[in-house]
Each structure stands twice: as C-alpha cells, then as structure tokens.
Design a protein around this ligand. Structure first.
Ligand code: PEP
Ligand code: MN
Length: 362
C-alpha cells in the first residue's frame, strides 16, 4: 500500500511506478477570493499536484453559468502562484489556448464536449505546435473510444509529448445513481489501444453527487488508474456550477487519506486469490453450459413457431421475463439493471438464432 503524494507533472508523466496524481480545484473559477481560498485550503488538506479551475464552461443548456472567461484565468494563475501549485484549465478552441498560454497555465485539459469534435481537437492540437505543455484529454460524452483515442493521437501527431487521458464517465439514458455511467471497460479498451497513455479518473463527473466520490475514487484506484481529478470548492453548496458533486477541501483530504492504493500486482502468488479465481472459472463454465442448454430449447421452440406459423418475437413474453428476472435479482441483492442488460443480450441472440433457423428451413 502507498499514499498519494504531491509530485511534479513531469515526474508523474515520466515515472513507471504507480503513483497517482491528484488534481483538485473548483468546477468553475468564480472570484479571486473563491479561487485563492479554495486553493489554500486544498493545499492544507491534500497532496495536490495540480490546481484545476474552469474558466470557459461548456454547458449543456444555455442560461447556465458559462464561466467568467479571461479574467478568471488570471485568478486561477494567481491562486496557483500564491500556493505554489501548478494549474490546469479547460480549453475548447485556439483562442482559449492562446490566452491560457499567455497567462501561464501549466497543463491544459480538453473537455468531454470538445473531444467529440475532431475539428476543434485538431484546431487546439495545431495551436499547440511547438509548445511544450502537457494535455489531458477527457473521454467524449458518449462511449465512442475511437474518438477518445483519435483526439489523443491528434495531439501526439502535432508534437505534444505529454498526453494523458481522463475517464469522466459516459452519458446514458439508463436509470442510474451516477450522473455519467463509469463503463470502466472503456478505459481498458483505451489502455489496450494505447498502453503508454496514463489514465486519470474524474469521479466528480461520474458521480454527480459528493456522497459517491469516495467509492468511485476507490474503484478507480482498484483498477490501477493513475490519478484523480476531484472538483473541490470552499463552499460547494453555493458553487455556480456542479454544486452537488463538489467536495470541501477538508473532505477531499479525508477521501484521499482513506483510499487504498495498490502499488503493484503481488509478486508472490496469493493462495486465497487463486482459490477464488478457480471457483470463478468453474462458475463461468457453468454459465456457458446453461446458456448452451437454453439455446437447445430455443431451437425446439423455433421449430414449433415455424410449424404453427407463429411470430418469433412476443413482446408480452419478453416484458414478463424482464419483470420476473429483475425482481428475482433484486430479491437476491443483485443489480436489476445488470440482469436486464444480460437478458437483453441473451434475448437478442435468441431472436437472431431463431430468425436464422427459420430462414434456413424455408
Ligand atoms: C469540468 O471538468 O468541469 C467539465 C466540464 O467536465 P466534462 O468535460 O467532463 O463535462
Ligand atoms: Mn464540473
């Protein structure tokens, strides 16, 4: 076990050891006092390496607070200087880049609503040609890993040497207690595509609720993510943007101190882990065997439907299945959403299989 410690961004990029980077600061820079006091308190309570602050806020709906702009950029830089903490700001076009560089930001980040647009990403990448500044690229709002990897590639191709990814979750219409679904598997997909790119987790935009920041941060650490970006405000309840998900600096300190950070996979094989994995392997075999038996039955059902001229898909039956199995999941303290998704997949393949069988017959 290790702890998070303050480090330089260059040190972090160049290190191969697991040593998570902490980025903290308000969602938006609101006033010189708010920024400075927040920065001072963060510095007092947590091992922060980069001070964040949004200056231009890409908001989903017009009329929401859209950031103060260039004036706020200065307040962020001043707070950074005063607390001796490097700063990072979101840029969404070449003008933002020019201003952030002029004022002396140390790191830039690309927001989720910008990563979705290759034109803007390319414009920013070109505005950074010949400039040595690290760039953090948030995942696009929707789960399109190609866009995420593509944006990272645009910076690398334009000559930015230090580029990292930020996993901030994905928009979903499914009912969830998160603001954005973590869909952790996408960060594994990104890792598989770009193993050299470090990934920071932004639990604030995943959770959308400050009471969930600790649990999301712990999952990120368990999955070996290399940093955390946590929205922190001196008085979250009166924040002009994202008030529900911001934490106070002292809460940030508590969260960071209580995280379990794994240094590496144990070198000595862990007997308890091995036994549990063997048990999982047996259960996984059983899952495949049961599914195979289910498909055998589906085959017989398809033959009857064909013979009797019945349609393959029966809405009522499908709704009944979902209702019964999600209720069953709930009674067994399992996630109904997971069981719903699992059966949607099983059912999709069952319908495809029957369609294929009936096509062959006719
Ligand atoms: C932010 O970090 O404040 C922000 C707007 O995030 P995202 O781009 O992830 O929505
Ligand atoms: Mn925010």
């Amino acid at each position: 076990m290790t702890t998070i410690h303050t480090q330089s961004i260059e040190e972090w990029f160049d290190s191969t050891a697991i040593s998570p980077l902490l980025i903290a600061g308000p969602c938006s820079v609101e006033s010189p006092e708010q920024m400075l006091e927040t920065a001072q308190q963060i510095k007092r309570h947590a091992p922060v390496s980069l001070l964040r602050g949004g200056v231009w806020k890409p908001r989903t709906k017009p009329g929401s607070f859209e950031g103060i702009g260039s004036e706020a950029m200065r307040w962020l830089i001043d707070a950074g200087k005063e607390t001796e903490t490097p700063t990072t700001v979101e840029v969404a076009n070449a003008d933002h880049v020019e201003l952030a560089l002029k004022e002396g930001a140390d790191v830039l980040w690309i927001g989720a609503r910008t990563t979705v647009n290759p034109f803007y990403v390319q414009e920013i990448a070109e505005a950074l040609k010949g400039v040595k500044i690290p760039v953090l690229v948030k995942n696009p709002i929707h789960a399109e890993i190609g866009l995420w990897a593509g944006a990272i590639e645009r910076f690398l191709h334009a000559g930015t040497e230090r580029v990292a990814a930020v996993h901030r979750g994905f928009f979903s219409t499914a009912k969830s207690h998160y603001r954005n679904e973590p869909e952790w598997q996408h960060s594994f997909d990104l890792r598989a595509l770009m193993p050299e790119i470090k990934i920071i987790c932004d639990p604030s935009h995943i959770a959308g609720d400050r009471s969930l920041i600790h649990e999301v941060s712990q999952v990120a650490m368990d999955l070996g993510m290399e940093g955390l970006m946590i929205e922190t405000h001196r008085n979250p309840d009166v924040a002009l943007s994202d008030p529900l998900q911001q934490v106070t600096p002292s809460r940030l300190g508590e969260i960071i101190r209580s995280l379990k950070i794994h240094t590496e996979v144990p070198v000595e094989p862990n007997a308890e882990l091995a036994t549990l994995r063997e048990a999982l392997d047996v259960l996984d075999d059983q899952i495949v065997d049961v599914l195979q038996k289910r498909f055998e039955k589906v085959k017989d059902i398809a033959a009857i439907k064909e013979r009797e001229g019945l349609s393959i898909f029966h809405m009522e039956r499908w709704l009944k299945l979902v209702q019964e199995q999600t209720a069953r999941a709930e009674s067994k303290h399992m996630s109904p959403a997971f069981i719903h998704e699992l059966f949607a997949l099983v059912h999709k393949y069952s319908v495809d299989y029957q369609t294929e069988l009936i096509k062959k017959e006719s």
